[in-house]
Design a protein around this ligand. Structure first.
Ligand SMILES: N[C@@H](CCC(=O)N[C@@H](CS)C(=O)NCC(=O)O)C(=O)O
Length: 210
């Protein structure tokens, strides 16, 4: 059984929890509080020298980091991970976009405004850049979603999961989504997908339901 090192309030960790739940894959979860330095202890650094969660132990002593790489691994061989050459490249395109254009802006705003006391004052200058660049990323998504129901392959994939995690938190950290109707409608259809779980969901709920 997999072990997922994760933090409940981490959007990158949520991607993995969402994919595992959606795929009905049981796993053990270990909560790592990054705010208490738990991802930087010698024990954790021995598992992931980069000191970050999510981290998945895929076999005893074998660890995989980077949320989007983990998504490819857990979804491999299912319809969530496109195999067709161009669809696979398009999924990667959107997942790199997520890491370079969305997560560094909306993710950073979420972290400093929601998780760090006094974060708004500490990061006032950076916040302006995160808002500007985050809105730009939302604009790119809006253009695509104006005539596509999903990001890739005309069906739900790990590209949707990767983009959903921080987009669904945008309104909790100052982003106003009213000018992005297609993004809003995609967000609500993602939440209606079968097997969807919310960010505060824990895998024990899956075991209890069996
Ligand atoms: N590119 C990585 C980013 C992971 C990341 O930023 N994780 C944060 C939590 S969301 C973390 O562990 N921060 C603690 C630290 O950097 O010390 C991914 O997609 O998994």
């Amino acid at each position: 059984m997999y072990t997922l090192y994760s933090m409940q309030r981490s959007g990158n960790s949520y991607k993995v929890r969402l994919a595992l739940a959606r795929l009905g894959i049981p796993y053990r979860q270990v909560e790592i509080d990054i705010l208490q330095g738990e991802s930087r202890t010698p024990e954790f650094l021995a598992k992931n020298p980069n000191g970050q969660i999510p981290l998945l132990e895929v076999a005893p002593g074998r660890y995989l980091s980077e949320s989007n790489a983990i998504l490819w691994y857990v979804a491999g061989g299912t319809t969530l991970a496109p195999e067709d050459r161009i669809e696979k490249a398009e999924a990667l395109q959107w997942m790199f976009f997520e890491q370079h254009s969305l997560e560094p802006n909306i993710g950073a705003a979420y972290f400093w405004l929601n998780l760090i006391k006094g974060g708004r004052e500490l990061q006032q200058h950076a916040l302006e850049d995160w808002m500007e660049n985050g809105y730009r990323a939302l604009g790119v998504m809006e253009m695509h979603l104006a005539d596509h129901r999903y990001f890739v392959a005309n069906h739900f994939t790990i590209a949707d999961i990767a983009l959903y995690a921080y987009t669904h938190l945008a309104e909790t950290c100052d982003f106003e989504l009213s000018r992005f109707p297609a993004v809003r409608s995609w967000l609500s259809s993602m939440a209606d997908e079968p097997g969807h779980v919310a960010m505060d969901w824990q895998p024990e709920a899956m075991a209890a339901a069996e």
